[in-house]
Design a protein around this ligand. Structure first.
Ligand code: SF4
Length: 290
């Protein structure tokens, strides 16, 4: 098994400093839709300028570099202990080089570890063994402000009249966006999971955020729900950073899980405009990033 510490370091650098092209293109389209000279358009201008500067200077896109969350798909026979060690070494080095802000705080003592390493769960790393020869590693840097406005609902929900069906899902997701207002650093991307238990549901809602903004859900019903939710959320007029305007979300990505008959959970992971995600693929001697 190769030592991939340097490759992981590059994955962290790219994720923190170089916004994915589909997200930047979506922000540019949003800018065109806002009224000329409006606060919303001004906010998007500042965001886009910042994105360009971060890429040019290899500096973080936002001062909060978030929680690093890795999803690792590895071929049979690879050591997850070694991979975890290499990822952790890369995260510590990335912190030293200021691609990441020291963000790991001991919850009991309040002490910051200073290197983004906490034991054993910071950074978050999920492993899954898959068929084939390729190692595929997805990373998102999940900002704290947007994580704070994520929400989980247990349907039915009498307060907003949401039943156990896709219409109920639509209502609670819009409720989460409305409650977030500008605090999630809109315009955001919503990862939505339907079903599962409380833990698997939140996990899947984050996994959904790895999809590209311009892809289409392979499930026709979920694709319809994603499009409707995007349109409806943008009619809430919360707008970029909460200044009002046409763009509250850039997209919605939904995923369905099997559930117990007794439960019907809906989890919403809100990702801010700084939608920092990257995929690294190792195939033989070649490593690529997208
Ligand atoms: S929510 Fe996102 S854009 Fe807002 S401060 Fe946190 S990381 Fe930055």
């Amino acid at each position: 098994m190769p030592d991939l510490t340097e490759a992981f370091l590059e994955l962290v650098r790219l994720t923190s400093t170089d916004l994915p092209p589909d997200v930047e293109a979506s922000l540019k389209r949003a800018r065109e839709q806002e009224a000329s000279g409006s606060a919303a358009q001004g906010a998007l201008d500042t965001i886009l300028e910042n994105v360009t500067m971060a890429r040019q200077n290899s500096t973080p896109i936002c001062q909060d570099t978030g929680t690093p969350i890795f999803y690792v798909q590895h071929p049979p026979g690879w050591s997850t202990t070694k991979l975890k060690g290499q990822i952790r070494a890369a995260v510590a080095e990335a912190t030293k080089r200021t691609y990441l802000r020291p963000n790991a705080v001991d919850t009991v003592t309040g002490k910051n570890s200073g290197n983004n390493l906490g034991d054993p769960s910071f950074p978050t790393i999920h492993f899954e063994e898959v068929e084939g020869e390729d190692l595929i590693v997805d990373l998102i840097l999940k900002g704290g402000g947007c994580e704070n406005v994520g929400a989980q609902y247990s349907l039915p929900n009498g307060r907003i009249g949401a039943g156990r069906n896709l219409e109920g899902v639509r209502k609670v997701v819009l409720d989460a966006v409305f409650n977030a207002q500008g605090k999630g650093c809109a315009p955001g991307v919503l990862g939505v999971a339907i079903g599962g238990d409380r833990g698997s549901s939140y996990y899947a809602s984050k996994e959904a955020l790895f999809r590209k903004l311009d892809d289409e859900n392979t499930d026709a019903e979920l694709a319809k729900l994603e499009n409707r939710l995007t349109q409806d959320a943008n009619q809430l007029s919360i707008g970029p950073m909460g200044f009002g305007g046409e763009t509250t979300v850039l997209g919605v990505k939904a995923k369905s899980l099997h559930r117990l008959p007794a439960s019907y959970f809906v989890s919403v992971s809100y990702m801010c405009w700084a939608h920092r995600r990257r995929r690294m693929t190792v195939r033989g001697d070649e490593t690529t990033y997208e």
